[in-house]
Design a protein around this ligand. Structure first.
Ligand code: BDP
Length: 723
């Protein structure tokens, strides 16, 4: 080949260019839903170019500085033009980003009603008239509102939403929008499937990893404003000065993104790091120790959020070790935190190793009688269902049953019981189901969402917590679609009435593409994925059948663990007569913990929704369902359905190959193959095992297991992650 000098030059330029591009690019998936790329749609492009032509940005502190930086970054990348940003207004401005107190009297009074609605964190994005000229205004009462407003504006741009008649008045419906990291000080993560903890305690406080900032920025972009850095199975060491200094360094990074830091408090810390011989919450030395400790914490972190506490649960120490109650423990800490406006978030995830009553009943029984006894800076954090983050559970009966206590919703984002980071499961579908559930505690339309956002019982403070799925993996969450669960959790914490469809659509557009040929089918995958995992793991109300300890894969046969409620056999109760947990008045009577209207529906197998049937009932294998099938056949077909759904997900994914890069396509395809294999494993192992009781053939249409039951029982995974 004859290459001329000018060709060579061109080649050289291209080579340099591509090196420059690739070195400026972050690894695949690292940018999450925040990758800003050039808008190619001409009308949208020119609309946004026009409106951002000249911007008056009223800056100030570090939060506003981050907002401004974000705006510049987004505009430059998406509009392909350097933006003209000024710090004082002039006639050529097409856009203003200004807090309320920076607006003239006329605008302030014109927008008065809006400012009253948006509180400290909300924002307004609206076209207004200044000196007879239309400008786009982003405004807020406070700095964080401006930051959130800027992110929103950039997201609208990225999703190519037209700005015609834009009039957005938004405020979060929940005050505390929190991530719970189950991160240990040695950087392992309990139930973490995306690498190690982001917090590099060894190098803190001096070394600030760029990831801390990127983490905070991602959270701010969806309105998350609180982070609990450490595992609920807590280590007292984090409360020593050596660690508090490190925590303070993280808090300094997160503050300019509107995020407050919280820690888990080990109840026995006064003994372990304080040299006392008791942690009795009524002991005066213990009280003094905590008061001093809290004062010390606030010296390091003046805006410290407070403590999250797991006490007297799964072997963790707590007030009951000293014959005291949860109220004694929570109020003692709350009293210490009160002068600093700190909060106690006390978990209701309790069940006792000595109590033989249905585990599903224990939290309600223990906590509901305390309603009204907690101090007003105590919130009680309740898991979404009464057992433990299963693929499907009915809503926790505590929601609605404690009108005088703010209840925080605890969702799990990390997929401990839902296929870890290898299965594509879009969790907002699960969250939505719980939030929409009817508690009937104040008549009709008393949904869980209304309990959580405080509107049902007029609460002064409200909260939602998500057990984080974030780690050191390049793409933060292991599975690229697990990013959607972080994103979706944040969106629902902001607005618990959003639909999972809306969230899926937003996330896909922000992360992958605006092309509806891509968005539509992939949204179908996401929406179907939650029901698929229920079907292939625990259909029709079955639960907690995962193998012991690590919870990876099926283990319905496990029945020899020391505590009854640790055994899957405790939950499914399969025998020759049938399967399921009788929680009606003939059984554990857990249904009595729901409002009578709801209990009535659950109590009768004829009215109990099929998805909760075996949660509430023990039914014979030949029990006839509404569709005329017997229970055994229906159950087997559900397992098969789950497998079929994963197959459909794979074929849909194959159809969208051309809309994304090969790498993006391949990573999900490989993961879907794992998911399919594991779905079949679940189906085969579960059905072979239950068949030993039902004694019935598999109905037509159900795939035949390749191996026998002994094989599935023999599988061992000593190094399954997260344990
Ligand atoms: C269970 C997890 C365990 C947690 C516990 C909790 O298996 O690792 O410590 O929940 O929420 O689901 O405290």
């Amino acid at each position: 080949m004859n290459i001329s000098f000018s060709h060579l030059k061109l080649f050289y330029v291209f080579a340099l260019l591509s090196i420059a591009i690739s070195s400026s690019q972050t690894p695949a998936g690292y940018d999450l839903w925040l990758e800003y790329s050039e808008i190619r749609e001409p009308t949208i492009l020119s609309e946004y170019q026009k409106v951002t032509n000249s911007i008056f940005f009223s800056g100030g502190n570090s939060i506003l500085l981050n907002a401004e930086k974000e705006l510049v970054k987004g505009l430059d990348a998406m509009l392909g033009q350097a933006s003209d940003i000024q710090d004082s207004p002039n006639l050529s401005n097409t856009m203003w980003v200004v807090k309320k107190d920076g607006l003239n009297q006329e605008l302030q009074s014109a927008l008065k009603g809006y400012f009253e609605q948006i509180g400290k964190e909300g924002f307004i994005i609206k076209s207004v008239s200044v000196d007879g000229k239309n400008i786009l205004l982003i405004s807020a009462n406070a700095d964080t509102g401006i930051l959130y407003g800027v992110f929103k504006f950039l997201q609208l741009m990225k999703m190519q939403k037209s700005l015609d008649e834009i009039n957005l008045i938004e405020a979060p419906k929940i005050d505390l929008r929190m991530l719970n990291h189950w991160d240990n000080l040695d950087r392992t993560i309990e139930r973490g499937y995306a690498g190690f903890s982001l917090w590099n305690w060894q190098k803190l406080p001096k070394y600030i990893d760029q990831r801390y900032k990127d983490y905070a920025r991602a959270n701010a972009s969806i309105g998350i404003n609180a982070t609990v850095l450490t595992n609920v199975n807590a280590n007292a060491l984090v409360l020593t000065s050596a660690y508090l200094e490190k925590v303070a360094a993280l808090a300094d990074v997160f503050r300019p993104y509107g995020i407050k830091v919280y820690l888990t408090a080990r109840f026995s810390a006064p003994i372990e790091i304080g040299g006392l011989n008791t942690a009795d919450p009524l002991d005066k030395d213990v009280i003094k120790w905590w008061n001093n400790k809290v004062t010390e914490v606030y010296k390091y972190i003046p805006d410290f959020g407070g403590f999250l506490v797991k006490a007297n649960s799964e072997g963790q120490p707590g007030p009951q070790n000293y014959g005291r109650t949860h109220v004694d423990g929570a109020n003692m800490l709350a009293t210490a935190l009160k002068p600093f406006d700190g909060l106690v978030i006390w978990r209701a995830f309790v069940y006792s190793e000595t109590d033989a009553t249905d585990r599903a009943k224990q939290a309600f029984t223990e906590f509901v009688p305390y309603d009204g006894n907690f101090l007003d800076n105590v919130l009680v954090q309740v898991k979404n269902g009464p057992i433990d983050f299963q693929p499907r559970e009915p809503f926790h009966p505590m929601f609605g049953a404690m009108p005088n206590t703010p209840l925080v919703m605890e969702f799990q984002i990390t997929q401990e019981y839902l296929g870890f980071s290898s299965h594509l499961v879009f969790l907002p579908k699960l969250y939505e189901e719980v939030l929409d559930a009817e508690t009937y505690r104040k008549g009709k339309n008393s949904t869980v969402a209304k309990v959580i956002d405080g509107s049902l019982f007029n609460k002064k403070i409200s909260g939602m917590a998500g057990v984080a799925n974030i780690g050191t993996d390049m793409n933060w969450t292991g599975h690229p679609f697990a990013q959607a669960n972080w994103y979706g959790y944040g969106r629902l914490a902001w607005d618990p009435y959003l639909s999972s469809e809306t969230i899926a659509e937003e996330w896909l557009r922000l992360t992958y593409s605006n092309n509806s040929e891509f968005v539509k089918p992939v949204k179908r995958i996401m929406i179907a994925s939650r029901e698929a995992v229920v079907n292939y793991m625990t259909p029709m109300g079955l639960h907690h059948l995962m193998d012991t300890g690590h919870h990876y894969g099926p283990g319905p046969w496990v029945g020899d663990l020391s505590r009854p409620e640790w055994n899957p056999t405790y939950y499914h109760n399969a025998d020759k007569n049938g399967i399921g947990f009788d929680r009606t008045p003939t059984g554990s009577n857990a249904t009595s913990q729901y409002a009578p209207e709801i209990a009535k529906i659950f109590n009768d197998p004829e009215t109990c929704p099929e998805e909760y049937l075996l949660w509430f009932h023990h039914l014979p294998w030949d029990y006839e369902l509404k569709n005329g099938r017997i229970l055994w056949d229906a159950l087997a077909l559900k397992y098969q359905k789950g497998v079929d759904q994963v197959e459909e997900m794979i074929s849909t994914w194959k159809q969208v190959k051309t809309y994304i890069s090969d790498d993006q396509y391949n990573e999900v395809r490989m993961l879907l193959e794992i998911q399919l294999q594991e779905a079949k494993w679940w189906r085969n192992a579960s059905l072979l095992y239950f068949q030993t009781f039902s004694g019935r053939e598999l109905p037509d249409g159900v795939g035949r297991p390749e191996e026998n039951l002994e094989y599935y029982k023999s599988l061992k995974f000593p190094y399954a992650p997260g344990n």
